[in-house]
Write a protein that binds this ligand. Structure first.
Ligand code: FHN
Length: 582
């Protein structure tokens, strides 16, 4: 796919409403190829979800509303006329585009993507296509995107807009609002009167855009999406489009939200992980479940080593302030990058698959960067590297690290304590420009036993937590609508039939709950699953074999762990081990 879609040049030049079939597998044009190279080098970007939803900030009529903050209108079925009144209160007098762009810079983020219009339909820029915009409908009366795009340009940060193209709860022709608009919708007038003109506005009034980030493509037709893509590429040929434009028409791929592939993933071209700093995108005043900088720095290394970019979100308040905890976390990441950026920006993915969560690897010609995320003690053993290592040293202090070859591996002698409290990067200078790796250790070879660690999983739900000390996830609350769970994303790497082991700890008093491991495709009931009971372990970590097999197919999107009863939520799940049947 990578460069899935890709249209004939003739089509790129066609008028917005024109339609012809995409040359689905044609290589991207030169402008797009160059833009993709730049995008690949940047690795780390700032996502900003900012809109009217920052006013209720997760509460409606004095009541807490579960879920992500920017979905409050949908969750509470707020009528358009009532939600629209928020615009009359929106006055972000503390907004300062220079400060936001400067924060992105200090965080080491090289691109920035902000919501120009989210699903609530409100334009955060001056629009002539709809009066429902920040200049015409609020007391603020200014276009903050002008300042922000200019502030980014001044700092060499590539600027992009998020735009919700299909889902628009403000419009009868948009998708999602069936409480105001119960009749079947006709998307075409909505597209022609709002989406196409607004997308044209964001492409015309804010300088060069690095990308447009479409979202929840939903039900738009191939013709409609082709028109949208054609218009963007006609106005700005090197503006990238993400895969959520729909119909395989993006220039690069998004993973699901907060979803990191379990292993190196390069077969489908460039990809990006959109991720939250807490449990929401839009500001929610009660959400203080901030991720630890250690976790985020490790995830940045993890994603980079697997071939992706990391787009990390902040949700500013209605006054226009990025919450202080977000700022502090981002600056901490930036400090790590200021020292270790060489091991991230412009690097290539790992030539090895990852046996566990001790380290990750990125490469530059003649170098491997080993990101040591979980300190292994006095020795780190790296198996499978055939290239001669000329020198090994820590990036942070340049201290040489002694090593010896032993069998199929190299043993590195490590100091007693990590050199960096988050991620100590060990540089290996090689005799070869491209590392030679023995076949069975290569990134595209999965071992027979593969551990799915809780740390690598997406944690779904407001309550479930990862604990670094025990390297396990816990607090799996159950709710009628959406229970907490762990999800792993195999991305086609695991076709096969697997026996299973579970490594966990549970106090005897909390034991007895049933759990399920399932291999699932989006929207379909579990194709294959195995169930078991959480037995008491007196709180100690144990590994148990499960009865039954899990069938994983190339089209399997997720492997999930969830509890089936309101019991054993305190289980500490460290990992699931898949053992390929011979
Ligand atoms: O529904 C949106 C959500 O509000 C948020 O914008 C995320 C960001 O990736 N995208 C959608 C859900 O995937």
């Amino acid at each position: 796919m990578a460069l899935k879609r890709s249209l004939h040049c003739a089509l790129c030049a066609a008028a917005a409403a024109a339609f012809s079939l995409p040359a689905a597998q044609a290589p991207p044009d030169l402008a797009t190829q160059q833009a993709l190279r730049n995008f690949d080098e940047m690795k780390f970007g700032m996502f900003i979800h900012w809109g009217l939803y920052a006013i209720p900030a997760g509460e409606w009529k004095g009541r807490y509303v579960r879920g992500i903050g920017e979905w409050i209108m949908f969750r509470e079925r707020i009528p358009v006329k009532e939600y629209e009144q928020l615009a009359a209160q929106f006055n972000p007098v503390k907004f300062n585009g220079e400060e936001w762009a400067q924060l992105a810079r200090e965080a080491g983020m090289r691109y920035l993507v902000i919501t120009s219009k989210h699903h609530d339909g409100f334009a955060m820029f001056k629009s002539n296509a709809s009066k429902y915009n920040i200049v015409d409908a609020t007391p603020y009366g200014r276009d903050p995107m002008k300042d922000l795009s200019a502030a980014c340009a001044r700092r060499g940060i590539r600027f992009g807009f998020y735009y919700s193209q299909d889902q628009d709860w403000h419009e009868a022709g948009g998708r999602g609002n069936d409480w105001d608009f119960p009749k079947e919708r006709d998307a075409q007038p909505y597209l022609e009167n709002k989406v196409f003109p607004q997308v044209k506005e964001i492409l015309s009034n804010y300088g060069k855009l690095g990308l447009i980030w479409f979202d929840t493509p939903g039900l738009l037709s191939l013709e409609q999406v082709t028109s949208l893509r054609g218009m963007v590429k006609r106005l700005q040929p090197d503006c990238l489009l993400n895969s959520r434009i729909g119909h395989n028409m993006g220039d690069y791929t998004q993973t699901a939200d907060n979803a990191i592939p379990i292993q190196v993933y390069t077969q489908d071209g460039k990809w990006e992980v959109p991720a939250t700093l807490n449990d929401t995108w839009g500001y929610k005043k009660s959400d203080n479940n901030w991720k630890d900088p250690r976790d985020l720095i490790a995830k940045l290394a993890d994603i980079t080593s697997k071939g992706g970019n990391y787009l990390l979100n902040v949700g500013p308040t209605a006054e226009g302030v990025i919450p202080k905890p977000s700022q502090d976390i981002l600056r901490t990441i930036g400090k790590w990058l200021a020292v270790n950026g060489e091991s991230i920006y412009g690097t290539g993915p790992s030539p090895f698959h990852f046996p566990d969560i001790t380290w990750r690897a990125t490469v530059m010609p003649g170098r491997i960067y080993l990101h040591i995320l979980n300190w292994p003690g006095p020795k780190l053993r790296l198996r499978g590297l055939e290239s001669e290592v000329k020198r090994a040293y820590f990036l942070a202090n340049k201290a040489a690290v002694p090593f010896t070859r032993e069998g199929d591996g190299i043993d590195f002698e490590l100091p007693a304590k990590p050199v960096d409290r988050f991620n100590s990067v060990l540089v290996l200078e090689l005799a070869d420009p491209t590392p030679r790796v023995a076949r069975s250790f290569r990134a595209d070879q999965m071992p027979r036993r593969l551990d799915l660690f809780a740390w690598v999983a997406r944690l779904r739900g407001e309550e479930v937590r990862y604990d670094w000390k025990t390297r396990s996830a816990t607090n799996f609350k159950r709710f009628a609508q959406e229970s907490n769970m762990l999800l792993w994303y195999p991305y086609k790497s695991l076709d096969g039939s697997y026996e299973l082991e579970i490594t966990y700890a549970c106090d005897d008093s909390a034991a007895g709950g049933k759990f399920r491991l399932a291999a699932q495709q989006r929207g379909a009931p579990a194709r294959s699953f195995v169930e078991g009971v959480i037995e008491g372990t007196q709180g100690k970590f144990v590994t148990k074999k499960l009865s039954g097999k899990l069938e994983v197919r190339p089209q399997t999107e997720t492997i999930t762990f969830s509890l089936l009863e309101e019991k054993s939520e305190a289980v500490k799940l460290r990992k699931i081990t898949l053992i390929r049947s011979l």
